[in-house]
Design a protein. Structure first.
Length: 289
């Protein structure tokens, strides 16, 4: 007789655990990241650990802003920003405002494998190029208009809130009171403030603008809240009804004293009140009969 066949895997080694995970290790020589167990086994949100592992695997200079992380992960801006705040409070992530070449202020993001491992090494300054043997004559150029500051994470010009309407900024920053999901960054507020200012100039009140931006929002915001607000603000401002014109007041009739009963009543030209006029009309009818 033929020997019985089985699809079961061979028996495990004698030293293997009887339950739980069993690791199948592969020695990697390229494209891998070393993460401390304190971070990988950190209790709390899995999104926070995933964001930390992703940032650890990126090369230096890769943008790690909220917008860049939202393009990579399926989670929304709220969960990503919460994960960054947890990593920052735990000491893994640090944001610094540093002065770069030319005096420009940039925000740099530092990520530590181990919290409190020391200050990052500042970048080495570039060596000046050697001058040529023959000096080039100086060329006088017209002064250039200073360009908006660019951030290190996105590379886009950083809009300034100083030139924005204070009323528009107040409306945008208070939207999260009506809907906690509408958390806007400084860049978002600066980009949306001109459109809100146009609505205010058209005569739309702050309460009406807040209702237009917060009502009937989707249950799940699959995109950045600023994009939805920009789409709604792209429509023309809502028409404001003109105030109703007040009609001329009805003239007040003067007081008169009835000649028949001495009762006070209002009338334009009659000398008797309504009751006396009715009684007089009845007597004339009876006399005619």
């Amino acid at each position: 007789m033929a020997e019985p066949q089985s699809n079961a895997h061979p028996s495990a080694d004698a030293g293997a655990p009887t339950s739980g995970v069993i690791h199948v290790r592969t020695r990697l020589t390229a494209d891998f990241t070393v993460i401390a167990n304190a971070l990988a086994q950190r209790r709390g949100s899995a999104v926070t650990i995933g964001v930390a592992a992703y940032i650890s695997s990126l090369p230096d200079g890769t943008p790690v802003s909220i917008a860049a992380l939202c393009e990579h992960f399926t989670e929304g801006e709220i969960l990503i920003s919460r994960a960054l705040r947890e990593l920052e409070s735990a000491g893994y992530l640090e944001r610094r405002r540093e002065r770069g070449p030319g005096g420009t202020i940039r925000t740099r993001t530092y990520f530590y494998d181990v919290p409190g491992s020391g200050s990052p090494t500042p970048p080495r300054p570039r060596k000046p190029r050697p001058r040529a043997a023959q000096e080039t004559p100086a060329v006088h150029t017209a002064p250039q208009t200073p360009q908006p500051q660019a951030t290190a994470d996105t590379g886009r010009p950083e809009p300034s809130l100083a030139e924005s309407d204070e009323r528009a900024v107040a409306i945008l920053t208070s939207l999260r009171i009506a809907d906690p999901r509408l958390i806007l960054s400084h860049r978002d507020v600066a980009e949306l403030a001109p459109a809100v200012g146009e609505w205010l100039t058209a005569g739309v009140g702050p309460a009406q603008i807040t209702r237009a931006l917060t009502t009937r929002l989707p249950d799940r915001l699959l995109t950045r809240p600023a994009r939805i607000l920009a789409f709604r603000l792209s429509d023309p401002p809502l028409p404001v009804p003109a105030p109703a014109t007040l009609s001329s007041p009805t003239p007040v009739l003067p007081w008169r004293t009835c000649d028949g009963c001495d009762r006070a009543f209002r009338s334009a030209n009659s000398e008797r009140c309504r009751d006396c006029r009715t009684a007089a009309s009845g007597e004339e009818l009876r006399a005619a009969c």
